[in-house]
Design a protein around this ligand. Structure first.
Ligand SMILES: C[S@@+](CC[C@H](N)C(=O)[O-])C[C@H]1O[C@@H](n2cnc3c(N)ncnc32)[C@H](O)[C@@H]1O
Length: 233
């Protein structure tokens, strides 16, 4: 087992993996936010023709959509079951993604600088040492290439919305999906990026309106947020 992985976290995703592509399941939020995050990435780093690695790809919702946008995509994850589901889904979609069971740190040792774009979305809050994952993402991208992260902010509002609201009141996610202590403040993420040689270019919030049930990108980074970085050239 990789040192920067929590077996309980991987078990959680493996147990649910068979429902990954059911848009009404526990993975509904990922299905709902995918067009937003895909378009956000594609607008600043056009994906067509790019070599992309999706770190912590799970069942492949983002990976497949980036392949459909014309990128050559590799997806890595440490959940064997999630990757099994991701590979099976390719038979249905007819898309091509290279899925591999690997940790970011170990994969970066073998594939340093080989990607134009790295995406690592909704994954950092599930690992014991996010700075180590961020450094591995910085190593995977070529100099001048782009790295994208998304995660959950840590403050009373994010506790209320992401845990109490999403897991207990609205039941968008199973209880125990997220651990508050692992949430990451934008300042902490930015510092880890800078330490890894990544310049933070943009930070945008992603919020959920429980009344309209619609997700939107905007200025509010209090709960969920996305970060766009570029590796020093
Ligand atoms: C919430 S899912 C996000 C999936 C995908 N990135 C997305 O946004 O659609 C988190 C994923 O991170 C993976 N994961 C957790 N710890 C990991 C680790 N140490 N290395 C690689 N993947 C990990 C889980 O197996 C799971 O597939």
């Amino acid at each position: 087992m990789n040192a920067n992985a929590d077996p309980a976290e991987l078990h959680k995703f493996s147990e649910l993996a068979h429902r990954w592509w059911d848009p009404t399941s526990e993975f509904k939020p990922l299905h709902d936010i995918n067009p937003l995050r895909l378009n956000w990435i594609d607008a600043s780093s056009p994906l067509a023709g790019k070599r992309v690695i999706d770190v912590g790809c799970g069942g492949g919702i983002l990976s497949e959509s980036m392949a459909a946008a014309g990128a050559t995509v590799t997806g890595i994850d440490l959940s064997d079951k999630a990757l099994g589901v991701a590979r099976l889904h390719l038979l249905e979609s007819g898309l091509k993604v290279n899925y591999e069971l690997a940790a970011a740190e170990e994969y970066a040792e073998r594939h340093a600088g080989q990607f134009d774009i790295v995406t690592c979305l909704e994954m950092l809050e599930h690992v014991p040492d996010p700075a180590s994952t961020i450094a591995a993402c910085a190593k995977l991208v070529r100099p001048g290439g782009e790295v994208y992260f998304s995660t959950l902010n840590r403050n009373p509002k994010s506790y209320l919305f992401a845990i109490i609201g999403a897991e207990y009141v609205l039941r968008l996610l199973p209880r125990g999906t997220h651990e508050y202590a692992r949430f990451i403040k934008p300042s902490e993420l930015s510092r880890a990026c800078r330490d890894a040689g990544l310049d933070v270019l943009d930070l945008t919030g992603m919020s959920y309106n429980p009344f309209t049930k619609v997700y939107a990108l905007g200025r509010d980074t209090d709960v969920n947020y996305l970060v766009h970085t570029r590796r020093d050239g």
